[in-house]
Design a protein around this ligand. Structure first.
Ligand code: NDP
Length: 299
């Protein structure tokens, strides 16, 4: 294939699609690799009430279908191909041994790490969640549990205690891994209880979560928030650009660019970089930033 694209976007979640909308409207010939199962994490959610512009909320898959349609309507080329190889060693860059692009925006996202216990997958969206800022309002005056001992678990618990009647953190060790300051906030909060040395063995419920079977008993809750980490989709970039110790792509600020990776001409957006905010709107925002950086770089 001899065609050289101005910009290749890898990933079709909010970050990638937003990036492609901006680059295409910025007159850059853009190709977006959507992957075999496109759309990212929002394809697995139900009602999204925190994405601005939808006063009554919108189903996650509908939001993504709208974003994809908008990306197609502005003229970006979308291919349903999974990217399995990249060559950033010479320019133009090469993707899947055949596609050429002057600039690449990586927006491959991340996946929630789930516990893998019986009942969990079946009950996602029916009491089992991985995002307190998204789902806390569904648990007003209800009992919930949070699994994990890192900063994410502390943060989820602190979001939930504002609406839930009771929050119990289940930590598999006898210590938290979270930073001291976050631990202190949690431990001094009267609404948050902690059970150390506690693991979930099973999540029980038919239409919705009813209780958790633990290694040391049972816990009746309406919701459980799994906060044991996120896994970035960055395997194909290993050895090609700088990743942090957990595999998230490092972002650099240089020469007025804010979304650079360690390779000049390769930019990054969304959850494959951002392990902190992890929201659709922040991913879309980063997609916009990467697109503007990429257009400036091309110019
Ligand atoms: P972490 O890797 O820091 O913590 C994961 C936690 O989940 C650990 O307590 C771990 O237990 C536990 N865990 C892992 N696997 C299992 C399992 N199978 N069953 C039960 N428990 C399990 O991940 P986070 O998502 O909390 O944080 C990721 C990064 O983001 C960190 O660097 C963190 O500091 C940062 N962050 C910062 C925030 C802030 O500053 N406000 C907010 C959120 C995240 P164990 O300790 O036993 O391994």
């Amino acid at each position: 294939m001899n065609e050289v694209f101005d910009i290749a976007v890898i990933g079709s979640g909010p970050a990638g699609l937003t990036a492609a909308i901006y680059t295409t409207r910025g007159s850059a010939k853009t190709i977006l690799f959507a992957g075999e199962s496109w759309g990212g994490q929002l394809m697995l959610t139900t009602l999204v009430e925190n994405y601005p512009g939808f006063p009554d909320g919108i189903q996650g898959p509908d939001l993504m279908a709208n974003m994809r349609k908008q990306t197609e309507n502005v003229g970006a080329k979308i291919v349903n191909e999974k990217v399995t190889s990249v060559d950033f060693s010479s320019k133009p860059f090469t993707i899947n041994n055949s596609y050429k692009a002057k600039v690449v925006i990586i927006a491959t996202g991340a996946e929630t790490v789930w516990l893998g216990v019986p009942g969990e997958q079946k009950l996602i969206g029916r009491g089992v969640s991985s995002c307190a800022p998204c789902d806390a309002p569904f648990f007003k005056n209800k009992k919930v549990a949070v699994v994990g001992g890192g900063d994410s678990a502390m943060e989820e618990a602190l979001v939930l205690e504002k609406v839930a009647s009771e929050v119990t953190i289940l930590c598999r060790k006898d210590v938290f891994r979270a930073s001291k300051i976050m631990q202190e906030k949690v431990l001094k909060n009267p609404k948050i209880k902690v059970m150390f040395n506690t693991e979930i063995k099973e999540m029980v419920g038919d239409q919705k979560l009813e209780k958790l079977i633990l290694n040391n008993g049972e816990l009746v809750v309406d919701g459980v928030f799994v906060a044991i980490g996120h896994s970035p989709s960055s395997n194909i970039f290993q050895g090609k650009i700088e990743l942090d110790e957990k595999g998230f792509i490092k972002m650099f600020e240089k020469d007025g660019y804010h979304t650079l990776t360690s390779v000049e001409g390769v930019f990054v957006a969304g959850d494959v970089h951002d392990y902190h905010y992890k929201q659709a709107i922040t991913a879309a925002g980063l997609g916009c930033m990467a697109a503007l950086d990429a257009l400036k770089y091309l110019g």
